[in-house]
Design a protein around this ligand. Structure first.
Ligand code: F2R
Ligand code: MG
Ligand code: MG
Length: 309
């Protein structure tokens, strides 16, 4: 039982990193054949800011047992300063620079972005998987996911998106991977968990698209696939719920239909890896993953420090 849970935790973190790294390659290798050939040629599968920030959350949970915005902001900031080349969008670095220059709180700097509306970029959801793991049995899951968003993302859609992605990971861990998977049960549970009209209606639409047999390109066009969290997250949920039995098919769907490919790969990959467990992820991809030992170590530390439920 313990090893099954550990394989889910590890599968989630490694699944996130693989989806991110393979998705990043898909920006230039845009068909399945080209992508397979790029992965084969690559010496190392290198992840981007999505996974770097997820590692920051895992690190914060392991070190402090919480995702309080200020300590988490300091970890994000330090990790960014060490590796600024991971492909961050403009929001997080501008927050870090403002905190450093003016000495305000991370959440205060975050709430000033985009004319005082805060960011609805997918950054809060792309990195939240460790919160879904750590609080998978906790009634505080929604609030803790929002807390993890606050150092950089304060828009209501970014908060709801973080909570929905965390819940998707938590649900995936609780489902038997060999059993019958119901897209309806999975997506209706998420629809009920979401608190914004935008997410509720997009998750319902994702289910309708699966049940009506829409093609993946049509689903991507209908749901959206941009850096906005209420576009790329619903299509990531669709990718997992449509292809629950295969990590590879789930990732191909998430990254080969345009848009924010690395991030949809990361979000779909975290859910699929949590559902299937690490042994079901493609071995030839895992072998090439940068820092893969670190993911396994963090997964074990997260699992051994779970809060009492
Ligand atoms: N975006 C990238 N990469 C492009 C940058 C590459 C880099 N310069 C390089 O060359 O290496 N990838 C990563 O960013 C996405 C996550 O973004 P995050 O962390 O949410 O950032 P931000 O800046 O807060 O939001 C992203 C964009 O969304 C739009 N936006 C957000 N809130 C808005 C609002 N309230 N009103 C209007 N627009 C809003 C803006 O265009 C933001 O720039 C991931 O894809 C990750 O992989
Ligand atoms: Mg990225
Ligand atoms: Mg991206």
């Amino acid at each position: 039982m313990q090893s099954t849970l550990l394989s889910r935790f590890t599968g989630c973190l490694i699944g996130e990193a693989l989806g991110d790294a393979v998705g990043e390659l898909a920006f230039s290798a845009r068909t399945r054949d080209l992508l397979d050939s790029e992965v084969e040629k690559a010496e190392l599968l290198r992840y981007t800011d999505d996974t770097a920030m997820a590692l920051g959350i895992a690190q914060c949970l392991v070190e402090s047992g919480s995702v309080a915005p200020e300590p988490l902001g300091r970890i994000f900031h330090a990790n960014y300063s060490r590796e600024p080349w991971r492909g961050y969008a403009s929001g997080p670095p501008s927050i870090f620079a403002r905190v450093q220059a003016v000495g305000i709180k991370y959440s205060e700097a975050a709430s000033a972005l985009f004319g005082g509306r805060g960011s609805f970029g997918n950054g809060s959801a792309m990195r939240v998987a460790p919160v879904g793991l750590f609080y998978h049995k906790s009634p505080e899951l929604y609030e803790r996911a929002c807390e993890s968003a606050m150092p950089t993302h304060t828009h209501p859609l970014a908060l709801d998106g973080a909570a929905v992605q965390a819940k998707a990971v938590a649900l995936a861990i609780g489902l038997p991977p060999g059993g019958a998977f119901s897209p309806r049960s999975f997506l209706e549970a998420l629809e009920g968990f979401a608190r914004t009209t935008e997410f509720r209606s997009k998750i319902r639409l994702a289910l309708d698209l699966i049940l009506s047999g829409a093609s993946d390109p049509d689903a991507a066009r209908t749901l959206g696939k941009s850096v906005a969290v209420h576009e790329s997250l619903p299509f990531s949920l669709y990718s997992f719920a449509k292809y629950p039995a295969s990590f590879r098919e789930c990732i191909y769907c998430a990254v080969l239909n345009g848009g924010d490919r690395d991030t949809m790969g990361a979000m779909a990959g975290a859910i699929s890896g949590a559902y299937l467990g690490v042994a079901s992820l493609p071995g030839e991809w895992r072998e090439k993953l940068e820092n893969s030992v670190l993911f396994s170590e963090l997964a074990a530390s997260l699992m051994h420090n779970l809060p009492l439920s």
